[in-house]
Design a protein around this ligand. Sequence first.
Ligand SMILES: Nc1ncnc2c1ncn2[C@@H]1O[C@H](COP(=O)(O)OP(=O)(O)OP(=O)(O)O)[C@@H](O)[C@H]1O
Ligand SMILES: [Mg+2]
Length: 256
Amino acid sequence: MIVLDRVSFSYGARRVLRDVSVSIGFGERVVILGGSGEGKTTILRLILGLLSPDAGRILIEGEDITGKGDGALRDVRMKFSIVFQEGALFDSLDVKENVAYCLREYTSMSDEEIEARVREILASVGVEQAIHLMPEELSGGMHRRVSIARALALSTPKMFLYDEPTTGLDPVNADNICRLIADLSKDGKGFIMVTHKVSDALKVADRYIFLKDGALLFDGTGRELLHSDIPGIRVFVAEVCPPGPDCAEEQGGKHV
Ligand SMILES: Nc1ncnc2c1ncn2[C@@H]1O[C@H](COP(=O)(O)OP(=O)(O)OP(=O)(O)O)[C@@H](O)[C@H]1O
Ligand SMILES: [Mg+2]
């Protein structure tokens, strides 16, 4: 269980989160929605201990990580695989070496073992054929998949964290990534996906948290999200669900 207990956070004078409390189980499939700059990425950074709250506490499986140093946080971070918003790959390394990087750095696996593991992971995200390509030769969708592969390489996490995994992708590639995210959570492993794309969010998650003005404006199911009459949320869901009586019932196509 991940617990944010009355967490407040500012970057200097810029207050991003105020008094946020929320609990998320490791097996849950959660989407954090919100406009640009509302603090979505900041929440992921706080969960990983990359930032520390100004007030409040963060508990990961009962352990209070608030204010702990990198050494103490290593085990906590190993519980997660994160795909960062930029999904940055090393430009000078090919796909194989990008995915192998952490294996070379943190394990004593042989070259053969590393190659086998890299091939296995690339196959699991459907880009095995790209193994010898350079990042600049990848399409946006492949780039995102390789980023996910790299996040998967080292650990078998308890939970995935995805920051805007479909942003900037065409609808087909975005849909493929959603499918991959759904597949990776098939064995009951949860995720937190941060996005502002409601249409993609609705394909993968069971629980939706909406951030606005530093607070949780909404925490509920997809159905409740689509039925919400909170004005800030109506604007957001209008993309997939224009005002009208039946839209929420018609939403289908979930990748489960
Ligand atoms: N390192 C930083 N220093 C100062 N301000 C920052 C820093 N990182 C983020 N901010 C500010 O904090 C606010 C929240 O940022 P955050 O990245 O969490 O937003 P977000 O919801 O992920 O936005 P987006 O959808 O654009 O990715 C923004 O106003 C941003 O400009
Ligand atoms: Mg962000």
